[in-house]
Design a protein around this ligand. Structure first.
Ligand code: SF4
Ligand code: SF4
Length: 243
């Protein structure tokens, strides 16, 4: 009975919403820092570890997208880690005060990044230079990723500002990167080597972190605008994109 009510409620909400069209990226991906080519220019807002070092307190809470899915259907479980959504500074204090999450130290925050990367989750945050949350998203449940991946060109709706580059001598054509890519941006090309569709690539580095041959590094992607400085600038950019 409870499940039927939840299903009915969700169906009704989904119908009123309709498909979301993104005219300016509301969120962005933060790439895995250790897979970025050392000679590239890396801004602090492109490094998750910068936020972990900078903010106090830091909190972690359950991924509400995967949690919602399980409430609706207890068998709907993709097996990805659940307690991986992080909040920073005021955002962290908000969830700690309301017991929606728990305070963690920097060591645990770094460990959460590690397990998220191993699981192929995408680091996603609000598209501004200062962030107050960092979700670790799966493409099967998370609203940020699902909304972006439903766009005609997901690579422009959500992006880190980076893209993968292959060392073809190291690549053994094992196919792991193709399987791991959450955006379906990779297909098997000549000799089963991965081929990249830039329209779909969100620059998440999940391909690079999973490559057993260390054949992929992330390089800067030209043409991706830098994140707006703050919430006011983000709102103005969204407004301007709708004109
Ligand atoms: S995971 Fe690495 S080795 Fe395997 S196909 Fe992709 S780039 Fe090549
Ligand atoms: S190819 Fe796929 S996994 Fe690699 S950075 Fe692009 S979207 Fe992420």
């Amino acid at each position: 009975m409870t499940l039927a009510i939840i299903h009915g409620y969700k169906d009704a909400i989904d119908k009123t919403r309709g498909p979301v069209k993104l005219t300016f990226p509301v969120n962005r991906v933060i790439p895995v820092n250790k897979k970025i080519k050392a000679d590239n220019r890396i801004h602090t807002y492109q490094q998750v570890k910068t936020y972990i070092e900078k903010y106090d307190p830091i909190a972690v809470s359950t991924c509400f997208c995967r949690h919602e899915a399980k409430l609706i259907d207890p068998s709907d479980d993709c097996g990805k880690p659940n307690e991986v959504c992080m909040q920073f500074g005021m955002g962290a204090q908000f969830v700690i005060d309301r017991k929606m999450g728990r305070k963690i130290d920097r060591e645990e925050a770094l460990h959460i990044l590690e397990i998220s990367e191993e699981a192929g989750l995408v680091h996603a945050a609000i598209n501004r230079q200062e962030i107050d949350f960092l979700c670790n998203c799966c493409s099967c449940h998370c609203m940020i990723l699902k909304t972006a991946l439903a766009q005609l060109k997901p690579g422009l709706a959500l992006n880190s500002g980076f893209m993968p580059e292959w060392d073809r001598d190291l690549c053994t054509a094992c196919g792991t990167c193709i399987e791991r890519c959450p955006a379906d941006a990779l297909t098997a090309g000549a000799e089963d080597r991965p081929e990249l569709n830039m329209d779909r690539c969100i620059g998440c580095s999940v391909c690079a972190t999973g490559c057993p041959s260390e054949a992929i590094m992330m390089i800067e992607r030209p043409g991706i605008p830098i994140p707006p400085v703050d919430q006011k600038a983000l709102k103005e950019a969204i407004k301007a994109s709708r004109k």
